[in-house]
Design a protein around this ligand. Structure first.
Ligand SMILES: Cc1ncc(COP(=O)(O)O)c(C=O)c1O
Length: 408
């Protein structure tokens, strides 16, 4: 299917389009994997093209100016004072970065504690930690007053019982799109410090914060507990270069930083070193601010479109209006009673909408046990395609037996 205003990803081996089965199933709309069916920052792609004209992509040293560039970006964009020495430039993406931090933390003086993660939560933490043989404990988000919050007391209690615990979360949050507050992040950094552990804050969605909200980076929010805090970041999500982006870390503690670099070396990596990813990072951080403002405006407009349409057609389906990024958390319970033929009565909402409307969402179970019964919808796609997806879901919900649409 064509992207509506021109971004056709057929034949690019896009994970999102392959997962949705676009190609084998005419007309399918992919709303799953978290990258954008929207063009990225033109200057970045122009710089990549220029670099490729050189026809030599050999081993490359990390740019010595890259750490200062990261610090300048944080000062300009997030009003955060970052010491360039805290920056560790990685030759791989954020998911692998989490593994490296886990290993580096475990190589320190504290015992190797469990990984505590609030859920629903981006599944990378549980997957990577589990595969590395670490105990993983999911702690459901707080839902006091109908608003998702970090389960600070439960996480702090779990830290007290588990020396060396690692608290891992995404901030802003994938899947709900919440922008966490400084006080809750400070409390979690304190809890991690209290047990000799680490707070890992994965902030890859922080460059797309919707109007009226402000992202606070965890190393800043942590204050006196910054030494027990690590931020994982990458320009991949915001600039649509997750296929090549290098991640970077902010690691205020010098000992932990040394262990991170030693862990990298243990995997045969050295700092920086992935030429095209490093170039994308350079152009994004040096020049990408104004472009991000227009991207955010476009995504906020799309958020309003999809939230309004779904809230009207399927009351209760919008579980949480996102404050950042391009992900919308939907409650499957709102679709109860709507089952297309041939779909099992206990099928999840992803399966139902795929069969009934040809739209592919990510099933909530990918975000831990607390995500079961939910689904995540990625709205970073051309407006006509998003409008078509919303229409299909609305038409299906209105036709479904036993549905109470707001329009009736
Ligand atoms: C919070 C978060 N971290 C990391 C990633 C992806 O990391 P990677 O590109 O290394 O797979 C995602 C992707 O959705 C994410 O939402």
């Amino acid at each position: 299917m064509d992207g509506g205003d021109g971004l056709d990803r057929t034949g690019t081996r896009s994970v999102k389009w392959l997962t949705a089965g676009v190609g084998q199933h005419a007309g399918r709309i992919p709303l799953g994997v978290a990258d954008m069916d929207l063009p990225g920052f033109p200057a970045l792609f122009a710089a990549l093209r220029d670099r490729l004209d050189h026809h030599a992509l050999g081993y490359t040293r990390a740019d010595p100016a890259a750490r200062e560039r990261v610090a300048r970006w944080y000062a300009r964009r997030h009003a955060a004072d970052i010491d360039p020495d805290w920056v560790v430039l990685l030759p791989f993406g954020p998911r692998t970065a989490v593994r490296v931090v886990l290993d580096a933390a475990a190589a320190g003086p504290a015992p190797r504690g469990p990984v505590l993660t609030p859920t629903p939560e981006y599944g990378g933490f549980a997957a990577v930690a589990g595969a590395a043989g670490r105990a993983v404990r999911e702690i459901p988000l707080d839902r006091t007053g109908g608003v998702y919050g970090l389960p600070v007391d439960e996480l702090a209690g779990a830290c007290r019982r588990a020396p060396g615990a690692v608290v891992a979360l995404s901030s802003p949050h994938n899947p709900t799109g919440r922008v966490w507050g400084a006080a809750e992040l400070h409390a979690l950094a304190a809890a991690a410090a209290g047990c000799g552990g680490v707070l890992i804050s994965d902030e890859v969605h922080c460059e797309i914060v919707h109007p009226g909200r402000r992202h606070v980076t965890a190393v800043h929010a942590a204050g006196e507990f910054a030494r027990n805090t690590v931020v994982v970041h990458s320009v991949g999500k915001a600039f649509n270069v997750s296929g090549l982006a290098d991640a970077f870390l902010l690691v205020p503690d010098a000992d932990l930083r040394r262990r991170v670099v030693a862990t990298l070396e243990g995997f045969g990596f050295f700092e920086g070193g992935r030429l095209l990813g490093a170039l994308a990072q350079e152009i994004a951080l040096e020049h990408g601010g104004p472009w991000l403002r227009s991207l955010t405006a476009g995504l906020t407009h799309r958020r309003d479109l999809i939230v309004t349409r779904l809230a009207e057609a399927v009351p209760g389906s919008v579980d949480c209006v996102p404050e950042a990024s391009f992900l919308l958390w939907l409650s499957g319970a709102a679709f109860d009673g709507a089952r297309p033929e041939g779909v099992a009565p206990d099928a999840g909402i992803r399966e139902v909408l795929l069969a009934a409307c040809g739209v592919e969402l990510t099933d909530g179970s990918a975000f831990g046990a607390a995500g079961e019964g939910y689904a995540r919808l990625n709205f970073a796609l051309p407006e006509p395609v998003l409008a078509e997806a919303a229409d299909r879901i609305a038409r299906f919900a209105e036709k479904a037996p036993g549905r109470r649409s707001a329009r009736r």
